[in-house]
Design a protein around this ligand. Sequence first.
Ligand SMILES: NC(=O)c1ccc[n+]([C@@H]2O[C@H](COP(=O)([O-])OP(=O)(O)OC[C@H]3O[C@@H](n4cnc5c(N)ncnc54)[C@H](OP(=O)(O)O)[C@@H]3O)[C@@H](O)[C@H]2O)c1
Length: 264
Amino acid sequence: MRLEGKVALVTGFGSGIGRSTAVIFAREGAKIIGLSRSGSSGEETARLVREAGSEALFVPTDIRKLGDVEAALAKGLEAFGRLDIAVNSAGVRVAGIATDLSEEDWDTALDTNLKGAFLVGRAAIPQMRLVGGGSIINISAASGFHGTKGRVAYSTSKGALNNFTEAMALDYAGENIRVNCICPGPTETPMMGTVTDEVRAAMSERVPMGAIPQPEDIAEAAVFLASDAAHFITGAILAVDGGSHLAPSVHGRHFESSTQTRTP
Ligand SMILES: NC(=O)c1ccc[n+]([C@@H]2O[C@H](COP(=O)([O-])OP(=O)(O)OC[C@H]3O[C@@H](n4cnc5c(N)ncnc54)[C@H](OP(=O)(O)O)[C@@H]3O)[C@@H](O)[C@H]2O)c1
């Protein structure tokens, strides 16, 4: 098992990529501290982690709030005694051009997708120092590579998350704390929304590898970055998108899902 004896904090625990990451990390031997807001989905992921043969502590948490993040980590440390890995998967997709977005829309995107990773990283690093190192993995997006048409807040948050990753990687490299980033393309999770078979086929055709990634595909990359096999990798911005970031786009310089979602 690649993560035997490790403790991982995973945000976005209740759904999609966060849920898959928690379950696959559990199969690899990690104990999981899970952070998301909804009680029912968080408890369901915790059940799946236990079914996968490990232990989970779900702590309902709004990762935009410093107090929530610090309290959740304290509970996790009380339960499992150490922290080796943090995966920042919590995110929201906010669609719209600047003149259509409210201040609240903007704050929701930036606070969740960027500030949340800062708050978690800031809380996690002192604990990683205590165990001689660690691995932080930020889940960004294809939109982190270039501005994306029609998603100014989302792509701003993800572009900044990529720079945040690189700056953090440099700041903590000397302490054996690695900070990397995964940029998924459109991935089949609740965030992608419901798509018809026709839309799925059209989306798949535009992915050079011919299929839409599943959350497990992203989680497997996270296992690698969290594991000792990646011990010399820091500051990487890793596209896990079947080659989509290289493909021409109908929306902008690269392809994103054609579904439109807005946060409340
Ligand atoms: N799916 C895609 O097509 C795609 C593509 C590129 C990048 N990504 C990125 O991948 C990451 C995971 O996305 P996903 O597809 O797994 O989405 P998802 O299925 O919608 O899951 C998002 C998770 O984030 C949690 N969350 C949202 N706001 C939060 C907050 N303020 N505090 C704590 N938790 C919060 C949600 O739980 P609660 O609402 O219960 O808190 C949920 O568990 C995101 O950062 C997303 O931007 C996804």
